[in-house]
Design a protein around this ligand. Sequence first.
Ligand SMILES: Nc1ncnc2c1ncn2[C@@H]1O[C@H](COP(=O)(O)OP(=O)(O)OP(=O)(O)O)[C@@H](O)[C@H]1O
Length: 260
Amino acid sequence: MTEPLIELKGVSKSFGNNKVLDNVDLTIYRGEALGIIGPSGTGKSTILRVIAGLIALDSGDVFIKGVHREGLIEDGTDPVGIGMVFQQAALFDSLTVEENVGFSLYQYSKLRRSRIRELVHEKLEMVGLSEIGDRYPAELSGGMRKRVSFARAIMSNPDNPKSAPEVLLYDEPTAGLDPIASTVIEDLIRQLQCIQGSCNTYAIVTHQQSTIRRTADKVVFLYEGKVQWEGSVSEIDTTDDPLIRQFISGNVSGPIHIAG
Ligand SMILES: Nc1ncnc2c1ncn2[C@@H]1O[C@H](COP(=O)(O)OP(=O)(O)OP(=O)(O)O)[C@@H](O)[C@H]1O
């Protein structure tokens, strides 16, 4: 068994009266590619934001590499870096691609501008976009914007090795992309997993079956605030669990209550 990098123990989170996560236990091991699936509004993005340390818990504990997290990511206690790729790429429209990817280094490091440009170029090359540093986000396709956001998520300061993310969290990275652009992104996620110095551990939230099948090794199914099922990606086709059967077939009849 490899080392647990992320552990959620008894995590609960409500927004007002809406209990989104209800006593959730989840472990992500080093090197794991974890797919988080489940119906809309069931708390998948919330779990990613909990792991990323972006929102406070109501109760429960988060351990990062065995160390109890106190507070949020901004409190800086995590022993490993965690990067997040948001659903909407979340680029600054008024900055060039190069300024977006290098943003945290321009803001918070003492590196020379020329060194940051080199590092940005390296990351853009890793995502197959080495020629677009001078463009603005509005000049890019949706798939290209996603790839730029990947480059930004894996950016780190070589003077501060702890800033290199060891875990990447992808929130619906292929949402809104055509099947071919989705394949490009899925391949990139797998390539980044294998590149030395990039992230070999990740969790991915997705609704797209091709993305689940091509980017996840293990899958957890979230519903009604709890992890209801977990198994290998091949088991989603063989399990007789009624929740998974209904979800994968898209059948409106079954144990999953359709909101609205
Ligand atoms: N900041 C917030 N304030 C209030 N409610 C929130 C907030 N963030 C999430 N929610 C609610 O929590 C529930 C779960 O949201 P979340 O985005 O985690 O679901 P999801 O499974 O990722 O959904 P989808 O598949 O549709 O993206 C939803 O009912 C949502 O409206």
